[in-house]
Design a protein around this ligand. Structure first.
Ligand code: PLP
Length: 445
């Protein structure tokens, strides 16, 4: 990355801290979050919305799926943002962290009865309805629990955002949402309006992730306006709220364009204002749900090099102590990254290498064909823009414990997720008697 900070020892500095020192203190693999950048990004969203949209007429909800812990939930609440959750686990994390349930939006395409019951019990601010089935189930539960939740309908506007097909969510053939043009979303509206237990407050859409063409949002607003018109003609209903989801792209490499949060928010605000005012409609309460663009560039992944394998005529593999178990994005989306040798950042020599993980998959790569300085066993490799959809997608593949996570700022660094131990991995195993469990201590592990 062009703007890398280096100290007098030629060590990488991130979040005001010497990365080598943090790796020594907390071990590797290590995820480091820059608290000041996280707060700045959250504020950029909040302030831009306040500056470009009428006061008290909108709110930013951080999409917890990008990266979430109780500390993160608190940080987001301190910055005045709400939370978008998609599971009972994310909901529980938010509630344990002390987030006001009213500040929570519950998204998700297949919420379980238990999840819906908990969300109704605690009184989350809004449910985002993703299917006709969900309306039936939520209506029934809400009736029995004597609740009347506010709901938004997730509309699939049929907009193609130019991003990876696995993160395109606004196209018609997609597991999320109800179609604006095939009658499904309208059927959902009819059904909610007929319910005495659900309160329809508006519409939601989310067209995809890692979006660089901001015009896609304008197209989505136009498509949503067409849908609103259709609904209004058919039912007389007019939405009080419009949620445009998240999706703003971030820089993984120098080839990615730098997207300014305030420019993107201004465009979304102006698109909504323009379309609604042109039609003489009252402006909706505007909701945005960014995830990646708040946490992505605020995260750094640090690994220890174990093996450097130079295959003549092929490539040089640098194998590190993490892999797809903490970052499956390369295997999933062929994502590109940039990295440096954190303990020797500046070097006149450059080579093309591929950083590989330690998992049993050939596709277990962390950065393919990147430029790196000379690297050897024992060095530390730091991968940039590691904050979004990495730790939150981490697994225990190959029974590899998940890394530690620290939140750092100029004053210091605090552990916010402990490194998993083998005991953590074993604690959910049950060994029925017939499998003759070994009881004695396993030496050395
Ligand atoms: C409904 C919804 N809202 C918000 C987001 C956050 O998107 P991003 O992290 O790209 O901003 C997602 C991501 O998939 C989503 O599905």
């Amino acid at each position: 990355m062009s703007s890398v900070l280096v100290n007098e020892r030629n060590h990488l500095v991130f979040a005001g801290q010497d990365v080598v020192r943090l790796a020594e203190q907390f071990g590797t693999p290590l995820y480091i979050y820059d608290e000041e950048l996280l707060r700045a990004n959250a504020r950029a969203y909040r302030n831009s919305l306040a500056e470009t949209y009428p006061p008290a007429k909108g709110r930013i909800y951080y999409a917890a799926k990008a990266f979430f812990t109780q500390a993160m939930a608190q940080l987001i609440a301190q910055e005045g943002l709400g939370l978008d959750v998609v599971s009972g686990g994310e909901l529980a994390t938010a509630l344990w962290a002390g987030v006001d349930p009213q500040d929570i939006i519950f998204n998700g395409n297949n919420k379980s009865v238990d999840e819906m019951t908990a969300a109704l019990h605690y009184g989350v601010g809004r449910f985002v309805i993703d299917s006709l089935t969900e309306i039936e189930v939520l209506d029934d539960l809400a009736g029995r629990m004597r609740r009347r939740p506010d709901v938004l309908v997730r509309v699939n506007p049929g907009v193609e955002a130019h991003t990876h097909e696995y993160v395109q969510t606004g196209i018609t053939d997609c597991k999320f949402g109800l179609g604006a043009t095939d009658g499904m979303a309208l059927a959902a509206v009819d059904s909610i309006l007929a319910s005495t237990n659900l309160q329809l407050v508006g519409f939601h859409c989310h067209i995809g992730s890692q979006i660089f063409e901001l015009d896609a949002y304008r197209t989505a607003v136009n498509a949503m306006a067409a849908f609103i018109k259709q609904v209004n003609l058919a039912t007389g209903y007019f939405p009080a709220e419009l949620d445009l989801g998240g999706g703003l792209g971030i820089r993984y490499t120098d080839n990615d364009q730098k997207m300014e949060i305030n420019v993107a928010v201004a465009l979304m605000s102006s698109a909504v204002k323009q379309v609604f005012q042109d039609k003489g409609w009252e402006l909706p309460y505007l909701i945005l749900e960014p995830g990646r663009s708040i946490v992505g560039e605020a995260g750094l992944a640090v690994y220890r090099v174990g093996v450097v394998k130079n295959i003549p005529g092929a490539r040089t593999y640098v194998a590190v102590d993490g892999g797809m178990s903490d970052n499956p994005r390369v295997a999933l989306y062929n994502s590109q990254y940039e990295a440096v040798v954190a303990n020797r950042v500046r070097s006149d020599l450059r080579q093309t290498v591929t950083i590989a993980g330690k998992c049993c998959e050939s596709g277990d790569l962390l950065a393919k064909d990147i430029e790196l300085g000379p690297v050897q066993r024992g060095d530390l490799v730091a991968v940039f823009s590691a904050g979004a959809y990495q730790y939150s997608m981490a697994s225990n593949y190959n029974r590899i414990p998940r890394p530690a996570v620290v939140m750092a700022n100029h004053a210091g660094a605090d552990l916010i997720i402990k490194r998993e131990t083998y005991a953590d991995l074993l604690k959910s195993d049950i060994v029925p008697e017939r499998f003759c469990a070994r009881q004695e201590h396993v030496v050395g592990l």
